[in-house]
Design a binder for this molecule. Structure first.
Ligand code: AGP
Length: 609
């Protein structure tokens, strides 16, 4: 999704902007650009494609300046092109970068065209810059004009704006899209997330909804949504510039797959005493909230939704807690009925997913009293807008394909099952058993990661395939869904997941010798049923790849390959079976030569609807 970097410094800002853009690449984008002011003149460079293309352009034709804004664009309005890339400018005096969507751009554009403004792009963003220029014609001062201009905008925006008439001032606005201010020594920066600014500062101010910041070298003034001057706290980030490095790994995704044992140990760290969960890890109001609630409603998107699907099995099977789950983008428009005393549980790696945030708002509008966020980004909007929070502590996840964020979400969700389940039918003995199993996870995952070489070889069978089916049952059906999503998003192979029992109701027609069928087969009460489903595929010549518990007798044959997965306790086994599917997608994508960490058309943090 679009990324913003900007700054006012006592040095040439261009290398800082370029480094910031590179650090935002993981969000997904199609073009990049920057603008600086030097001696009251605006200079701009834009390029379709990667930041390195923009960098090359700047090497040939450099620009310099102490104040500037930069952007990676993820196309929403208008195709990826240099003309549509940000910054957008008006009369070569005002430049703007934007993350979000201006919903009323069409009427604004029409009115501006009538006034003679010439549009050079198809973007919604260009209306902002012309609207601002038009406002400045009748208004004293850059800041005042920005404040008036944003009142005309409907939709979501994070903005960085510079203007040649006040060449020392950078203005930042936030409404519906995240924006942070980096506090340097005698300089300030802005960015869509902290990762962009870690080489220059670890001190950050997180702008809140409706904030407008006027930033110069020696002065930062923040106005809130009511136009009052406010002081926002400066927070020290624990992250360093190195924490988002790839190290010796070929891709972030592989690094993040391998980080899972550590990430899960972090997710558990300090949250148990003697195998008893300390529920204050959800926040100081946790006990009060958990005592009240009668059911759970989970809201999330994509991989986070899959984590929620697994949790529904856990909530209901282990603790008899009624649990619903819905894709956030559907929930927000369905006008659903919420039972009284339902705890809204949102799950999001980024905490900035527009659909999930909107679904939470909708749940509140429908009367939900309590919300809990499972999230990986501490200062994110979702965290700020929820009553209770459980941080997943996965560490920064850069690959667009979620890996360690997913398995730490599952870990965190199991903690929630314990905390809520205690008030239902989860006994102390069950809690002790689940806790001790959770603490075994890091070692178990290390053992599963040893399948790496075997899976690398397996991946070779996929390089030429166009379709794949994933099967699972019970709490492993969402793991099959997650396996299919991973394969789709990074290898571009069409993949579908089915509950194995559903196969005979339609998808069996797809089975032939060209169709790989990946099956998740842990040793649990559904295994015998699953074996019958495997037979149905095998009898029709389907190419089965079965991830199976190592303790089970295997029945490999010409069209059935068995991959033995280390034996694992029943409840935590969905977490374990995720790992080989992640590795499989990764190695297939590597063989296909796709852009593993930034797959086409996708964004890491989906901040627009
Ligand atoms: C996962 O691999 C995807 N990139 C995507 O489905 C993601 O999980 C989804 O967009 C939700 O993101 P969030 O967890 O940041 O809310």
């Amino acid at each position: 999704m679009c990324g913003i970097v900007g700054g006012v410094a006592q040095r040439n800002i261009v290398p800082i902007l370029l480094e910031g853009l590179k650090r935002l690449e993981y969000r997904g984008y199609d073009s990049a650009g920057l603008a600086v002011i030097n001696n009251q003149t605006l200079f701009r460079k834009r390029e379709l494609g990667k930041v390195k293309g923009l960098e090359a352009l700047l090497q040939v034709d450099p620009i310099f300046g102490p104040i500037g804004i930069a952007h990676t664009r993820w196309a929403t309005h208008g195709k990826p092109s240099t003309e549509n890339a940000h910054p957008h400018v008006s009369s070569n005096k005002v430049a703007v970068v934007h993350n979000g969507i201006i919903e009323n751009h069409e009427p604004l554009r029409g009115a501006l065209i009538d006034e003679g403004y010439l549009f050079t792009s198809e973007t919604d963003t260009e209306v902002i810059v012309h609207q601002l220029y038009q406002t400045m014609e009748h208004t004293q001062g850059f800041l005042k004009a920005v404040k008036l201009m944003v009142k005309k905008l409907e939709g979501a925006y994070a903005l960085g704006i510079i203007c040649t008439e006040e060449p020392d001032t950078l203005i930042a606005c936030r409404k519906g899209s995240p924006l942070v201010i980096g506090v340097g020594i005698g300089e300030y920066f802005i960015a869509s997330d902290v990762a962009a600014l870690l080489p220059v500062t670890q001190r950050f101010i997180f702008l809140e909804e409706g904030d407008i910041a006027s930033i110069s070298i020696d002065k930062l003034i923040i106005y809130d949504a009511n136009d009052e001057v406010v002081t926002r706290p400066v927070k020290e980030s624990q992250l360093t510039a190195d924490s988002v490095d790839k190290g010796d790994y070929r891709h972030y995704m592989l690094k993040e797959i391998y980080e899972q044992p550590f990430a899960i140990s972090q997710a558990l760290e300090g949250r148990f005493i003697n195998n008893r969960l300390q529920e204050n890890c959800f926040g100081h109001k946790a006990a009060e909230v958990f005592d009240t609630i009668k059911s759970i409603q989970i809201l999330a998107c994509g991989t986070s939704y899959h984590a929620g699907l697994v949790a529904r099995y856990w909530f209901e099977r282990l603790a008899r807690v009624p649990c619903n789950i819905e894709v956030a983008s559907e929930f927000r428009y369905r006008n659903p009925v919420l039972a009284e005393n339902t705890l809204i549980v949102t799950i999001s790696q980024s905490g900035e997913t527009a659909d999930t945030l909107a679904a939470l708002q909708e749940a509140k509008r429908l009367g939900a009293k309590y919300s809990l966020a499972i999230c990986n980004v501490p200062e994110s909007s979702l965290v700020r807008e929820s009553d209770l929070v459980l941080m997943t502590r996965a560490g920064p996840e850069i690959g667009v394909a979620s890996t360690k964020a997913f398995t730490t979400q599952l870990t965190a969700l199991m903690l929630l099952v314990i905390a809520v389940g205690r008030r239902f039918e989860l006994t102390e003995a069950m809690e002790q058993k689940i806790s001790s199993d959770l603490f075994k996870l890091p070692r178990k995952i290390e053992a599963v990661l040893k399948l790496d070489d075997q899976i690398k070889v397996l991946a070779e069978q996929f390089a030429e395939k166009e379709h794949a089916l994933f099967l699972g049952r019970g709490s492993h059906y969402p793991i099959a869904m997650e396996g299919a999503l991973k394969l789709k998003e990074i290898s571009y192979i069409h993949a579908e997941a089915y509950p194995a029992g559903e196969l005979k109701h339609g998808p069996l027609a797809l089975i032939d010798s060209e169709m790989p069928v990946i099956t998740v087969a842990p040793n649990n009460s559904l295994l015998e049923k699953l074996k019958s489903n495997i037979q149905e595929v095998s009898a029709r010549g389907g190419q089965l790849i079965v991830f199976m518990d190592e303790t089970l007798a295997s029945a490999a044959s010409e069209n059935v390959q068995i991959i033995k997965v280390p034996q694992v306790e029943n409840e935590i086994s969905p977490i374990i079976y995720t790992i080989p599917l992640q590795l499989l997608s990764y190695y297939v994508a590597v063989l296909k030569g796709t852009d593993v960490d930034q797959p086409r058309n996708l964004a890491k943090s989906v901040t627009v609807e």
